[in-house]
Write a protein that binds this ligand. Structure first.
Ligand code: APR
Length: 244
């Protein structure tokens, strides 16, 4: 079904509980590369198996650490876009009615002023111990470009993001599932819908009777569960959709 902007605006205004699931396309207009866009996608230039798995980090910590440092530097230079700001403003005007679930690790929703988000894949601007920390673990934060390690036992620090093959943070996933079951409208913005369990949240919302709207200039794997697909870009379209 093709819905007009007016219809979608009514759906948003009437939503008691709006759940929003965002992916890399949400930050594309801020200048953050997506993963699977044909030319510009990160996975078109880099092999995720060599950069976004625990095995890759254990095999070559420096190479993986360097790649995340490169992405951290890029993300530190960009700003939230009009789409991030429109979502944050809506949440502030309608306290308690929006649950923002993101696959993105860039922190741009938070930097736009969205107080609470469910970061399913972690945050790139944080790191954590590679192995369960031992009492001795004191990161030796030498700013020498090497991944910090404990100066006593050699435990390494790694980016606090979810790598391929890893479980998502239990609490975050449970909160996202609850929101997907409880919402009456879910906006699915800027995701190809290829990676589970995040993509499964749109199916959960659909099964629970919510209206699902996919906002993406391209077709996605989640179009089948959408009431309607809005072939629009996030920053360009969300301000009009979310204005009161
Ligand atoms: N506005 C809205 N959508 C956009 C825009 C835009 N301006 N630009 C691109 N898109 C869409 C693309 O059409 C594509 O469908 O964003 C989507 C990005 O898809 P992916 O690159 O696959 O990113 P995502 O769906 O977030 O990937 C999920 O995969 O690699 C892992 O952990 C990583 O969180 C990521 C997960």
């Amino acid at each position: 079904m093709t819905a007009t902007l007016e219809t979608l605006r009514q759906w948003v205004q009437q939503a008691r509980h709006l759940a929003v699931l965002t992916g890399a396309g949400m930050s594309a207009e801020s200048g953050v590369p997506t993963f699977r866009d044909a030319q510009s996608g990160l996975w078109a230039q880099f092999n995720p198996k060599e950069l976004a798995t625990e095995a890759a980090f254990r095999a070559d910590p420096q190479r993986v650490w360097d790649w995340y440092q490169y992405r951290r530097a890029l993300i530190a230079r960009v700003q939230p876009n009009a789409g991030h700001r429109a979502l944050a403003a809506w949440a502030q005007r309608h306290p308690g009615r929006l649950t923002l679930i993101t696959q993105n690790v860039d922190g741009l929703h938070e930097r736009a002023g969205l107080g609470e988000t469910i970061a399913l894949h972690g945050r790139i601007d944080a790191d954590q111990w590679l192995d369960r920390p031992r009492p001795c673990c004191q990161p030796d934060f030498l700013e020498d470009g090497r991944p910090p390690r404990c100066s006593v036992c050699g435990n390494l620090r790694r980016p606090a993001v979810v790598w391929f093959g890893e479980m998502l943070p239990t609490e975050a996933l449970a909160a996202a599932e609850t929101a997907a079951q409880a919402c009456d409208l879910m906006l699915v913005i800027g995701t190809s819908g290829l990676v589970y369990p995040a993509a499964g949240l749109a199916h959960t919302a659909h099964r629970s009777g919510a209206q699902v709207v996919v906002i993406n200039p391209e077709p996605t794997e989640l179009d089948t569960v959408a009431q309607t697909c809005w072939r629009e870009r996030a920053a360009q379209s969300l301000p009009a959709l979310l204005a009161d």
